[in-house]
Design a protein around this ligand. Structure first.
Ligand code: ADP
Ligand code: MG
Length: 593
């Protein structure tokens, strides 16, 4: 047999293993979730690749996951018939931490610490392969990739900075394809090798894995067996001629071991929405997207007709922290399946416009080809129709939150994703009608509570034609602007646009319910109370004064005029009708460094 070769872990791996073992000691059972999720990923990869390379399936083994336990020796073996790993992949995948699960874990750990959270939360993050060392002091991975004609065995021990890889030559141990991962449990963790314990954990952690998971279980059936007759009884029978001679039997339980299907393999989105509970939707969400908070809303639907697909969409409870939310739409938030086969979660605007990239969910299409590529997705008419429907459903879902009896729900949504919708006003003219009712603002009459445009319109004066707004950098400066004076006097409500993007969004919308948005800082503000007689008089009286001021100020102002817009301030600087508002000017200045 070829000798085992020794390899050193990348330095970060050893540190990471320490970290995992030390922060998850009270949550050890997550190891099973992680290893099953890897097995499921490996099966997904195989199934996906086999669409274009049917040869990969030439080893006619079923796509499934099997977990065998040996409670006497404290051994658990997790077997899959997935894509396996080549020798090089063993080094790359199990010797370095370039992989996503572990990277996410580190980030989760940090966020959680920053938020002062408890360690239990960490169990919700993907921690990946190394979680095996939470319960095992030795891990053996025997794996066969269809890309290689050799099978390799990776072996590592807890608290060690190195591992070994050797070729498998024992004919008894050769497998056609996939991975067998064997955990030799730590002394105190041998309980995980109890078949009932494993079964319970699988049910708990893997109810949404779409491949069958079998566990090795002891079974029994009852059987009638003949027993030797008691001589005394036999004699009695003989005496009584009329009693029919009957053989005596007794019931015994025959024990044997067999594989038992342990999870429900029908994907939740294929079930009847009426039969799925909110808890199930939330669980599915948290397990699929590695989130630890329940979503704010979900929507499960089927579309028929021109294109057929099923989908469950979710609005997360919070926006991802950091700058990777709006700008980076490659969020892996939408998982596309074709007839239950996972195809991709790598989208960039194909299924949702970028500003809606915070929506998470699964989409299972009936009409797309299994070997659908990026290019096909971008060109496809089917995808365009799907996108339209998905967007509509997403808006319905958000509208649903806004109509919730609990106003906090939408406040929370708005706080997290309001910016996204404002971006939508700029990017997606087609959906202005759906976006506008979802916007929220503070106003001169509602400084602390956000109002909708509908609420504004309802509060309009009978003679009022326009929706008034003022852009400023804070509520305080909006409140103190002299532009407000006359409107306040007339009890007209003014929206305060205090987020830099507000003004651009509003200008893109132009109007709401046939009422134009009007900037009260612009030159020609008409409050419908012109008194031409008086204006003429004023012009005569102060015309010269204006000319004098204009002369003194020169190019600094475009013109100096008599105005009826103020009630207590003596003068005001306004923006030209066609120019930028003061706020926009500030914005543009801030941007051109
Ligand atoms: P992640 O699953 O997030 O990538 P893990 O640490 O769980 O991170 O796994 C690391 C990598 O090891 C996987 O990406 C995969 O390439 C490989 N791997 C782990 N388990 C298996 C398996 N059962 N079959 C094939 N490859 C696997
Ligand atoms: Mg993983």
């Amino acid at each position: 047999t070829p000798p085992a070769e020794k390899y050193e872990y990348q330095a970060e791996v050893s540190r990471l293993m320490d970290l995992i073992v030390n922060s998850l000691y009270s949550n050890k059972e997550v190891f099973l979730r992680e290893l099953i999720s890897n097995a499921s990923d490996a099966l997904d990869k195989l199934r996906f690749l086999s669409v274009t390379e049917p040869g990969l399936l030439k080893e006619a083994v079923d796509l499934d996951i099997r977990i065998q336990t040996d409670k006497d020796n404290g051994v658990v073996t997790i077997m899959d018939t997935g894509i396996g790993m080549t020798q090089q992949e063993l080094v790359d995948c199990l010797g370095t931490i370039a992989q996503s699960g572990t990277a996410k874990f580190l980030k989760g750990l940090k966020d959680n610490k920053d938020a002062g959270g408890d360690n239990n939360l960490i169990g919700q993050f993907g921690v990946g392969f190394y979680s095996a060392f939470l319960v095992a002091d030795r891990v053996v991975v025997s794996t066969k990739s269809p890309k290689s004609d050799k099978q390799y065995v990776w072996e590592g021990e807890v608290n060690s900075s190195s591992y070994t890889i050797r070729e498998e030559t024992d004919p008894e141990k050769l497998i056609p394809r996939g991975t067998h991962l064997t955990l030799y449990l730590k002394r105190d963790d041998k309980g995980f090798a109890h078949p009932e314990r494993i079964q319970k954990l699988v049910k708990n952690y893997s109810q949404f894995v779409s491949f069958p998971i079998y566990t090795w279980q002891e079974k029994g059936f009852t059987k009638e067996v003949e027993v030797d007759e008691d001589p005394a009884e036999a004699k009695k029978d003989e005496q009584d001629e009329k009693t029919e001679k009957k053989k005596k039997t007794k019931t015994v339980v025959e024990k044997y071991w067999d594989w038992e299907l342990t999870n429900e393999t029908q994907p939740i989105w294929l079930r009847n929405p009426k039969e799925v509970t909110t808890e199930e939707y939330n669980e599915f969400y948290k397990k699929t997207f590695n989130d630890y908070l329940d979503p704010l809303a979900s929507s499960h639907f089927t579309t028929e007709g021109e294109v057929e697909f099923r989908s469950i969409l979710y609005v997360p409870a919070i926006a991802p922290t950091g700058k990777d939310d709006i700008i980076n739409p490659k969020t892996k938030n939408i998982r596309l399946y074709v007839k239950r086969v996972f195809i991709s979660d790598d989208f960039d605007g194909e299924l949702f416009p970028r500003y809606l990239s915070f929506v998470k969910g699964v989409v299972d299409s009936h009409d797309l080809p299994l070997n659908v590529s990026r290019e096909i997705l971008q060109e496809s008419r089917i995808v365009r129709i799907m996108r339209k429907r998905l967007v509509r459903k997403a808006f319905d879902m958000i509208l649903g939150i806004s109509m919730s009896e609990n106003r906090d729900d939408y406040d929370r949504f708005w706080e997290n994703f309001g910016k996204h919708l404002k971006l939508g006003c700029i990017d997606d003219r087609e959906n202005h009608k759906r976006l506008a009712p979802l916007l929220r603002f503070v106003s001169s009459q509602s400084e602390n509570e956000l109002i909708s445009l509908d609420e504004y319109v309802e509060n309009m004066k009978t003679e009022q034609k326009d929706i008034y707004y003022i852009a400023a950098d804070s509520v305080t400066s909006a409140k103190n602007t002299p532009f407000l004076e006359r409107l306040i006097e007339k009890d007209l409500e003014v929206l305060f646009l205090v987020d830099p993007i507000d003004e651009i969004a509003i200008q893109n919308l132009k109007s709401y319910k046939e009422k134009n948005f009007v900037d009260i800082s612009k030159e020609d503000l008409d409050l419908g109370d012109k008194n031409e007689e008086r204006e003429k008089e004023m012009k005569q009286e102060f015309g010269q004064t204006c000319d004098w001021i204009k002369k003194r100020l020169g190019d600094k102002v475009a013109s100096v005029q008599i105005s009826n817009r103020l009630s207590s301030s003596p003068c005001i600087l306004v923006s030209g009708k066609f120019g930028w508002s003061a706020n926009m000017e500030r914005l543009m200045k801030a941007q051109s460094v």
